[in-house]
Design a protein around this ligand. Structure first.
Ligand code: SF4
Length: 503
């Protein structure tokens, strides 16, 4: 969905916060991932050494992206595959639509591909009468529900068993039990038939190995294997940064992926696709197309944000983010939610429509600590906010407020006058030292928390009254003032020069 067809960010967040189920299911999932991850870390040993190595590999690869992409595409072609470089989403879509028409395709069976979500491929295929069927269980669920993924590795994280049973019952016309095995069995039965009859298979690409021109797919359900081996034509949609130099480097990043993603020690299936089927192969596609997608990624190249291309899409930053925990993925409005999405989306899609995403962060730094390739996510979030201000992309009213604030803070007379105005202006709204319901812009703050009312006696007034520090008593008026209680502040002050502090 494009941002202009979505509710506003505030509305999306509001909707998410009001959904008690969402919060509960995200908290449970995050906790489960956290515990699994701790167990999986034991297998790897010194995790910091692994992270350091993975960061070095990804940073080196992205720095030499042109050379590795060249090597990779040459090798794909040597293996008999076709390579298409797509600069924009429209170019990718057009290539696939043309291919579908050329193959007279009616159905496309898909393994998980975030790039296809990014370019809204299913809708575009539907427009020319081609049915795209998601075969990853989570993706299948949200496709039936008419939704978008809310997590990059667990797309249906926001749904529970009961909701899935209701959904499958509605679709199948049978009453489905709330039993995960039964629900999975149903999906498997439906999908098996789709695999066998699909005209085209389509998948994403977890990693592309430059030295052999291989595409590596990681899955837990084996659906990637079926979609790459049964249909006669297979299309790989690959973000241009998903490359590693060779198998040795792949080993390092691949070891970190499942551990960081779901806390698994090892993933269930790793599938490598090196060219189309050879004469002595037992299965595999007869035609292999690799579409290498830029779609805004090169906006990060050569900038301070280049390291965002190091991302291996593990979802670990989502799994630890306190903001994501409360609002889930749909509130971000982007196919990439959480800290990675808050940084990546404005870079990919432009700041005009997505510049508020970097504010969906507490800047606690948990994302940076969790990232297996050590992307400085919370620094990037802060930098993006800074860019917004420096490039004057903020609202003119906001700019005027901060300009006025800056001028007042730099001018003692204006500062004191401002404090006085605030003190008397906000007095009618204050009760017991707090403002609990503010008007207009202030209302947004007080909706979520109380605002300490300005003290009736400022620190400077207290200081003047107390004799400019001749007393060693603590400025109780100031601390009392911070919580807004004039009488409380005064009662805590020591009388001038009483000497009772023993100094
Ligand atoms: S930014 Fe790091 S933690 Fe987040 S998805 Fe990418 S690799 Fe994983």
């Amino acid at each position: 969905m494009k941002p202009d067809t979505l509710p506003t960010l505030d509305e999306r967040v509001e909707l998410a916060i009001k959904d008690p189920f969402l919060k509960r299911s995200l908290a449970v999932a995050q906790e489960r991932f956290r515990m699994n991850k701790a167990n999986a870390a034991e297998v790897l040993g010194n995790i910091e050494e692994w992270r350091e190595r993975a960061e070095a590999i990804r940073t080196h690869t992205v720095a030499h992206l042109d050379a590795y992409l060249d090597q990779f595409s040459t090798n794909v072609e040597k293996n008999g595959g076709k390579v298409f470089f797509a600069e924009s989403d429209e170019e990718v879509v057009q290539y696939i639509l043309d291919l579908a028409k050329a193959k007279n395709a009616k159905t496309v069976i898909k393994a998980k591909s975030m790039v296809s979500e990014e370019i809204h491929l299913n809708h575009r295929l539907a427009e020319i009468g081609v049915e795209a069927i998601e075969s990853d269980l989570g993706e299948y669920i949200i496709q039936l529900a008419g939704e978008t993924p809310s997590h990059i590795i667990v797309p249906a994280i926001h749904k529970n068993r009961k909701q899935v049973a209701e959904l499958f019952s509605r679709v199948s016309g049978e009453q489905m039990p709330e039993d995960t095995k039964e629900l999975t069995r149903y999906a498997r039965t439906v999908l098996r038939d789709k695999f066998q009859n699909a005209d085209i298979g389509l998948s994403g690409c977890n990693f592309a190995v430059a030295e052999t021109g291989s595409v590596v797919l990681v899955s837990n359900e084996g659906n990637a294997r079926l979609s790459t081996s049964i249909p006669k034509t297979h299309v790989v949609l690959m973000g241009m940064e998903r490359i590693v130099p060779g198998w040795e480097e792949l080993d390092s990043v691949l070891s970190l992926l499942p551990r960081s993603a779901t806390g698994q020690k090892v993933t269930s299936y790793v599938t490598a696709l090196t060219g189309p089927r050879k004469s002595d192969d037992v299965d595999g596609p007869e035609e292999l197309h690799v579409v290498i997608v830029d779609n805004g990624r090169s906006n990060a190249l050569g900038t301070e944000y280049q390291k965002i291309l190091n991302c291996i899409r593990c979802g670990a930053c989502l799994n630890v983010c306190p903001v994501y925990r409360h609002i889930g993925g749909h509130a971000y409005g982007s196919v990439y939610p959480g800290p990675i999405g808050a940084v990546l989306t404005p870079i990919l899609k432009g700041f005009e429509s997505w510049e508020k995403l970097p504010y969906l962060s507490s800047l606690c730094g948990a994302c940076t600590d969790a990232c297996p390739v050590r992307i400085p996510l919370h620094d990037y979030l802060l930098e993006l906010r800074k860019d917004e201000v420096e490039e004057k992309r903020t609202h003119p009213v906001e700019r005027a407020i901060f300009k006025g604030f800056g001028t007042a803070m730099a001018n003692p007379w204006m500062y004191r006058t401002g404090l006085k105005l605030a003190k008397y202006g906000l007095k009618p709204l204050s009760k017991d030292g707090y403002i609990r319901k503010g008007p207009s812009l202030l209302g947004k703050w007080t909706k979520a928390r109380d605002l300490p009312a300005p003290p009736m006696e400022s620190f400077r007034e207290w200081w003047d009254r107390e004799g400019k520090g001749e007393s060693a008593g603590s400025p109780g008026g100031a601390s009392g003032g911070a919580s807004g209680g004039t009488s409380r502040g005064r009662s805590q002050n020591k009388p001038k020069g009483d000497g009772s502090d023993g100094v």
